[in-house]
Ligand binder design. Structure first.
Ligand code: 5RP
Length: 226
């Protein structure tokens, strides 16, 4: 099974879990996009809040009823992809933000009763941190935050736009530093250290937030509960 086939399989499975009448948070990225398309095809009576402008626009284009958090501050479920999924130790810990939407993703996820992460099996890791950890920062704080992240052992790189025309800017107008490391052995303490840096808006460690992970691979879709 290719990675794209696995993404499609898990996106379909997640869409099947959504019930009529619920308020659904829509994630961001290629797996989330497949999920949104599958969900729209089911023509359920649901209301949605998206974690990015791109997913909001996609939902609208597919005829979904899109809202803001101001209109619907409590969600039944948030469904999104991840860059890394760690199930070691019984919990569900993630790295997210590869698509640049980590801040809104964390906000929308925090508003949901359930958070289902959808991933292909290449995202499963024993230790988080092979994927560079995205850290969203205030633009003017770049020269202060970068050395502080380096002091923590990371090698931060300012994310660039795909067309290389300048730094990537998030939906909230911030920069992203992609922080390379040899692995994040203590994610809780690392998350606290990053958060304490003035100028950091949010980081891509989603620790203990997901309630269920659906992971697709050669053996079909496996479930891991948080
Ligand atoms: C976007 C994200 C995505 O969920 C993550 O990057 C995974 O993306 P994909 O489904 O394209 O592999 O966190 O900010």
């Amino acid at each position: 099974m290719t990675q794209d086939e696995a993404k499609r399989l898990v996106a379909k499975r997640a869409a099947e879990l959504v019930e009529d009448g619920t308020v659904v948070g829509l994630g961001t990225g290629s797996t989330a996009t497949l999920f949104i398309r599958e969900l729209a095809a089911r023509k359920l009576k649901i209301r949605c809040v998206a974690s990015s402008d791109a997913s909001h626009e996609l939902g609208l284009s597919l005829g979904m009823e899109m809202h803001t958090l101001a209109e619907l501050p409590a969600l039944d479920v948030y469904i999104d992809g991840a860059d890394e999924v760690c199930v070691a130790g019984g919990g569900l810990n993630l790295i997210k933000g590869g698509g640049g939407a980590l801040l809104r993703e964390k906000i929308v996820a925090s508003a949901a009763r359930e958070f289902i992460v959808v991933a292909d099996s290449t995202k499963l890791v024993e230790v988080l941190g092979k994927f560079p950890l995205p850290v969203e920062i205030i633009q003017m704080a770049l020269p202060l935050v970068e050395p502080k992240l380096a002091e923590l052992g990371f090698t931060p790189r300012l994310r660039q736009k795909k067309d290389a025309s300048g730094p990537y800017v998030t939906d909230e107008g911030n920069y992203i530093l992609d922080c390379w490391s040899t692995g994040i052995a203590e994610p809780e303490s690392t998350a606290a250290e990053i958060r304490s840096i003035i100028g950091v808006v949010e980081h891509g460690l989603f620790l203990g937030m997901a309630t269920l992970a659906l992971v697709a691979g050669e053996d079909g879709v496996k479930e891991y509960r948080g």
